[in-house]
Design a protein around this ligand. Structure first.
Ligand code: DCP
Ligand code: MG
Length: 590
């Protein structure tokens, strides 16, 4: 949560654009100023034709009524010209400002989101974050586009019209402005009760978006379980909640304009009656009376639009609260300045020291775990599902933080490292591979954007990916589709390995890199793993023990502890967990 109300927070955010805001506000006010002049011109015109040589203009020195009319026409041209000019300027300024602010806000928010730790993402839904980055920021754009100008112009109208009334007749002015405090008071109360309703609307929109995003990305699961009707119902429930939240806002929002109209009616009638009476009595000029009547019209119109404007305002505030809350959410991951050189990183072991870790609201996963990954060596990690192998990787990359103890590398806890140094030192082939919707070539190049095509292809050859790519109709230019779903699981895995090979980092981690491939490919992959792991610190996590068979050392992780630790042959002859698994997998079960 940030400081102060949403409006103040937004203003704070817009501080760098203070000058543009001021200029735009100036243009809005002056446009309204000239826009309010025509009733005065009408008043002057009536004055001319009724009083002729005794009119107001005559008093300024223009005695001839014809001259007066010509002067009035010139004035009219001038005023309309100025009005149009300022209208053009405020339009351009506000609308461009809205575009700039939404652009900057989106970039800032996305930048902030990208810096969040994985726990932050675990607590949120992608669809909701997406709604904030799109919808909510657009709401804000809409308000800046139109709403800010509206608010300024209404205020200008009230002040200018009030001043004119006061000049012409303070008694009529009194009655005409009588409803205004009531309207202002009502507006504030109204918008305050609208605020929570729009907060609910935005929340409902976010929830619906999250469900839609889930459904769309899991469409094959939905269809394979023939759950379409069920999903439709779930969307219906949330969409209905969104509609209901909006209805509650509309109920209040729609009542506002008629209520204001009634309040204004009092002022208008009072002007009509009182002004008319004064004019009949002869204490008020006919011209002045027409100015008053036309002016009350001008007052009435924009005030009825106030409801719409406040509505826009309240929507924008509900949205900006959501956006600014994301921006204000602290980046919990603290990083240090340590950035050892490449040689040091290549020649130092990585150690978990007395490390305890558990996910929020879960049983602890590791209790005082100590484990060293020797530099330049390949360590295999095996263990049953849920034993914490992937979590170990998350700790190394600082996607998760231990509650106690440290991971150290180059004799420094990794918390003291520069995050960029740490993560650029690790090439990870994730258990869940993410490819980006572009070509195979570009997906591999993701590991090192500056790599040449030749280097990319070389990495692919090491990862045994080149052969299958050659058989694709578009070869390296083949588009892999969203998440890489237009490739097979094994092909995806090989592209991911090629990407990691190209990154050429001191620490290579393969999490289940051979889980999705056939035996022949596994053998091929193993060859390539051997090639890339030579002289490099490598961690291979596998269920298939044949993958880690040739590792320098194998660690069996169970219940958060290292149960067995040694080379393949030693572990087999030990006759423990590993030996049992091995005999099951090789079909030599006893
Ligand atoms: N877990 C959790 N929250 C997360 C990730 C995991 O609570 N964000 C839990 C689920 C498991 C445990 O932590 O009970 C360990 O999960 P791992 O992914 O570390 O398990 P493995 O990688 O060892 O399992 P597998 O072999 O299935 O990949
Ligand atoms: Mg795992």
């Amino acid at each position: 949560m940030g400081e102060g109300g949403p409006f103040r927070r937004l203003l704070n955010y817009m501080k760098p654009h203070r000058r543009t805001v001021r200029l735009a506000a100036f243009c809005s006010v002056f446009n309204k100023f000239w826009d309010l002049a025509p009733p005065l011109l009408i008043g002057l015109a009536v004055d001319v034709v009724v009083l002729r040589e005794e009119s107001t203009l005559a008093n300024v020195g223009l005695v001839d009524p014809w001259h007066q009319l010509v002067a009035l026409s010139v004035l009219t041209f001038l005023i309309w010209g100025l009005e149009s000019l300022f209208e053009y300027f405020y339009g351009v300024l506000w609308r461009n400002l809205a575009q700039t602010v939404q652009h900057e806000l989106r970039l800032d928010t996305f930048d902030h989101v990208q810096q969040q730790g994985m726990t932050w993402f675990d607590e949120r839904q992608k669809g909701d974050i997406l709604a904030i980055l799109n919808d909510d920021i657009n709401q804000l754009e809409r308000f800046l586009d139109k709403g800010a100008n509206d608010l300024l112009q209404v205020s200008t109208t009230v002040i200018v019209v009030g001043a004119v009334f006061l000049l012409i007749s303070w008694q009529v002015a009194l009655f005409a402005v009588l409803p205004i405090p009531l309207i202002v008071w009502g507006s504030f109360r109204y918008q305050r009760s609208l605020e929570p309703r729009y907060a609910k609307v935005r929340q409902a929109a976010g929830q619906m978006n999250a469900l839609l995003e889930n459904d769309l990305s899991g469409m094959s699961t939905v269809q394979s379980f023939t759950a379409e009707a069920n999903e439709l119902r779930r969307v219906e429930v949330l969409s209905d909640a969104y509609r209901e939240a909006n209805r509650e806002a509309i109920r209040l929002s729609a009542a506002f304009t008629p209520l204001i109209r009634m309040a204004i009616l009092v002022g208008f009638t009072a002007t009509l009656l009182l002004g008319g009476w004064f004019t009949l009595e002869g204490t008020m000029a006919v011209g002045a009376y027409s100015v008053l009547v036309f002016m009350t019209q001008r007052l009435l119109w924009p005030l009825t639009r106030l409801g719409e404007t406040f509505d826009l305002y309240q929507r924008a505030m509900a949205s900006s609260t959501r956006v600014l809350d994301v921006l204000a959410s602290p980046i919990e991951l603290q990083q240090g300045e340590y950035s050892p050189d490449l040689e040091t990183r290549k020649t130092s072991s990585i150690a978990l020291e007395d490390l305890s870790f558990g996910y929020p609201d879960r049983e602890p996963l590791f209790n005082h775990l100590s484990l060293t990954f020797e530099h330049g060596k390949t360590t295999g990690v095996v263990g049953s599902t849920g034993a914490g192998k992937t979590s170990l990787v998350r700790l190394l990359l600082r996607f998760a933080e231990p509650q106690q103890g440290h991971v150290t590398w180059c004799d420094q806890p990794i918390e003291t490292w520069k995050l960029h140094s740490l993560r650029s030192s690790i090439a990870l082939v994730d258990q869940h591979i993410t490819l980006f919707p572009t070509t195979i070539l570009e997906n591999i190049r993701y590991g090192r954007p500056a790599a040449t095509d030749e280097e990319v292809i070389e990495a692919a050859e090491i990862a045994e990916a080149a052969a299958f790519v050659a058989n694709l109709p578009s070869g390296w230019e083949t588009l892999v589709g969203e998440g890489g779903h237009r490739l097979s699981g094994g092909q995806r895995q090989r592209v991911a390995i090629a990407r990691a090979v190209l990154k050429d980092a001191p620490l290579l981690i393969l999490d289940e890199a051979t889980s999705a491939v056939d035996n022949e490919t596994e053998a091929a992959l193993q060859r390539s793993i051997e090639r890339i792991s030579r002289g490099r610190t490598t961690i291979v996590i596998a269920h298939r023990l044949s993958t880690v068979r040739n590792a320098d050392r194998i660690v069996v992780l169970e219940e958060g502890e290292v149960m067995e630790d040694g080379r393949h042959d030693d572990l087999v002859s030990l006759g423990g967990i590993y030996a049992r698994l091995w005999s099951v997998q090789t079909g030599e079960g006893r």
